[in-house]
Design a protein around this ligand. Sequence first.
Ligand code: NDP
Length: 291
Amino acid sequence: MTARIIDGIALSASLRAQLKEEAAALTANGCRPGLAVILAGDDPASRVYVRNKIKACAETGIHSELYELPATVEESQVLDRIRALNAAPHVHGILVQLPLPRQVDEGKVLETLAVAKDVDGFHVQNIGSLVVGKPGFAPCTPAGCMVMIDHIGCAVEGRDAVVVGRSNIVGKPMALMLLQRSATVTVCTSRTADLAAHTRRADILVVATGKARMIGADMVKPGAVVIDVGINRLADGKLAGDVDFDAVSTRAGWITPVPGGVGPMTITMLLANTVRSARMHAAQGTGTAAV
Ligand code: NDP
């Protein structure tokens, strides 16, 4: 079997075209969607992620503004910036790029964000909404994975889904989303005794470990849908996922490539959440086109 590719670049392009139209319509009605990004410190990977997000905003007609803070920034300064953005009517989404400098408490920062502007979906209240199945902002990476699974027409209800990894930003919310859709969900971690015994049962396998190519063909059920969240830089400078793409492609039914799979979808979901937030603020009369 040769797996079919789930092309995150093509799917993102069509979704972003729709979002662009929606952003234009909101702008014409006096509420241009706006995203504020806070970048603290000089982590080079964070800089690249932020640059890509800002570029994607510009291409979609979303206003963006970047607040760069030094690595020595005090926690109170970050919190003050967030409070000002919470109150700014032209800002509909606020993104704090993680990781933060050591002296800044990530939990405090995320809980200071206005829930209605938390377009990354990391505020405990948005996570709580996910737990109880209420509407809220869902974290972008697992949301993008769900859109990919739906896009290929993969039924979720009643299927065996295995998530490898339990981070707060990928593994846990991914498991909750699959559970919400009535999959039978297993979450595996670094402590799982026999990982392959679990992954081999998966109709839907989502891998988010940060361990390059750790999932081989013998760990995958024939015909499975394999979603590879991992982004790993190899010694030769190339990028690889957590799944051995060449080997698993001979066995899976569908597979996401790295790069060009989940990565672009994560940014697309950020844009979608920002446009949705602007729509909600406009409906409540709290969003204005100040820019
Ligand atoms: P974390 O490091 O926060 O979590 C990794 C998880 O994988 C942990 O729960 C860990 O288990 C588990 N794990 C590690 N090794 C194994 C193993 N051998 N077997 C089973 N489980 C294992 O990572 P993130 O969730 O933040 O990110 C995961 C990957 O996804 C990274 O490569 C990251 O770069 C990428 N990523 C990609 C995004 C995108 O847009 N495409 C967005 C976000 C992340 P334990 O808890 O027991 O330690």
